[in-house]
Design a protein around this ligand. Structure first.
Ligand code: ATP
Ligand code: MG
Length: 436
């Protein structure tokens, strides 16, 4: 790729210092005053130029990580594969990266590639030009210079912002091979910004998507969270499916989506996922929190039901089968995007509370209402109802109503419920075995 330095002066662009967070400015000023180069770079510049509020601010400098650490008391150095400085202001983190340089053909202790061309270590420092061409997309490689408020564009990012294009910097194939996660990033930015991919950036995803199979599952989990919990999850979901990348991250869900039930596609699974993503996007838009366990429990609900049926066919009782199926489906998904234990526990609670919500009994309803996972399990029940499980309507209404009542009224509502059907001795013995 030809590098042509293009400087856009302060008068020619619309970023004002006021739009940059106070903490990011503090970091930029201190680096500059200590005699280093200091630039705002990445999503911060891109989003400001698009008139959007940046999620976070990243800084690039010629100061080495140790030099950054000496300048800031609130600094932590992180990462082995890619050493970075984090400057911490309470919960706000400003990421400071030293300019990276090329390491083609070099054999040294700071850089490594594996045999597929994937970069496994990247700590060779370089100049700002070199740093620019090592970034992923042109729109992510614009540098806002704190010295004179100009923007430096080495790769044509300004033009691509105007034409709404996601364009990989350099040779597309090499860059995807270096880091296959860039395919997921391309999709994420296309969805987030409503941009189109440049032809090769687009086409090579279909040829190279298998390379994602070698990426550590923990990193794929982190990327999934960014894809689905960034506030534009529904758009990401559709694009991922168009690019056949959803099946790389969630193959079990993809199989359920394509499941042929008497000649029709499994529409309920699709409707449920779309609805959940809509709800998630809407919550994020108004600043509400979202727990990834909820979406995961939606993604894996239909596969879990299929497994449950298999366990029932093998002779297990309802609850026993639910338990076995939950475990099975989570273990399988864990091999594609790791699922942290704290989340899988919540997923199982959401699923396991569904029978209690569908068939509340006099003895247990109040306890269900007070369960710490009630809210999530109730939202899940509403979602199931809204996609057509019509027999749930009466109980959705009941649980909606009981939440607005006083404790005495709640007890009355529960007293009107029936008892659980008597369980056989054999069942009780088996249930004890499941629980312990
Ligand atoms: P957002 O923060 O809105 O998700 P971003 O563009 O800031 O988007 P980050 O993941 O915060 O994305 O990364 C910051 C910058 O670092 C990117 O804009 C890009 O220049 C560079 N970058 C991040 N990941 C990669 C990668 N895998 N390959 C090359 N460059 C990358
Ligand atoms: Mg960022």
């Amino acid at each position: 790729m030809k590098i042509k330095k293009h400087i856009i002066s302060q008068k020619e662009h619309q970023i004002s210092r006021n739009a940059i967070s106070e903490n990011a400015l503090k970091v930029l000023y201190r680096l500059k005053d200590a005699g280093f180069q200091a630039y705002l770079v990445g999503g911060g510049v891109r989003d400001l130029l698009l008139g959007k509020k940046p999620k976070d601010f990243d800084v690039a400098t010629d100061a080495h990580p140790e030099e950054v650490k000496r300048l800031f008391r609130n600094c932590r150095l992180i990462g082995r594969r890619f050493r970075l400085a984090h400057i911490l202001y309470g919960r706000d983190v400003i990421e400071v990266a030293t300019f990276r340089g090329p390491h083609e053909g070099e054999k040294n202790s700071h850089a490594d590639r594996n045999k597929e061309g994937r970069i496994t270590r990247d700590n060779v420092f370089g100049s700002i030009e070199e740093d620019a061409v090592r970034r992923d997309f042109t729109i992510n490689a614009l540098y806002y210079n704190i010295r004179d408020d100009s923007i430096i564009d080495f790769t044509g990012g300004m033009g691509d912002l105007k034409s709404k294009t996601i364009r990989m910097i350099g040779d597309v194939q090499t860059r995807y091979r270096e880091d296959p996660v860039r395919m997921l990033r391309a999709v994420r930015f296309a969805a987030k910004l409503d941009f189109r991919m440049e032809a090769e950036t687009h086409a090579l995803i279909f040829d190279l998507k298998h390379l994602l199979e070698d990426i550590p599952v923990a990193r794929l989990f982190d990327e999934s969270i960014k894809l689905f919990q960034g506030g534009y999850g529904r758009h990401c979901f559709h694009l991922l499916r168009d690019y056949q990348l959803f099946e790389v991250l969630f193959p079990i869900t993809e199989a359920a989506l394509n499941n042929v039930h008497s000649g029709t596609r499994n529409a309920p699974a699709l409707v449920m996922i779309e609805q959940a993503l809509n709800n998630t996007d809407a919550r994020i838009a108004i600043g509400k929190s979202v727990n990834p366990a909820f979406l995961l429990s939606v993604f894996l609900w239909h596969p879990m039901l299929d497994y449950k049926q298999r366990f029932i066919d093998m002779g297990e009782h309802e609850m026993e089968a639910l338990n076995s199926a939950s475990r099975e489906v989570i273990t399988r998904q864990h091999a594609f995007t790791s699922i942290p234990k704290r989340l899988s526990l919540i997923m199982r609670e959401i699923w396991h509370m569904q029978p209690q919500l569908q068939h509340p009994t006099r003895k247990r309803a109040l306890r269900t209402l007070q369960h710490k996972r009630f809210r999530a399990a109730y939202d899940f029940l509403l979602l199931r109802q809204s996609m057509g499980e019509s027999d749930l309507a009466i109980w959705c209404a009941w649980w909606t109503a009981i939440q607005t009542k006083t404790p005495i009224e709640q007890e009355k509502m529960c007293a009107n419920l029936g008892n659980a059907p008597k369980k056989s001795k054999k069942y009780k013995k088996r249930r004890k075995r499941i629980i312990t």
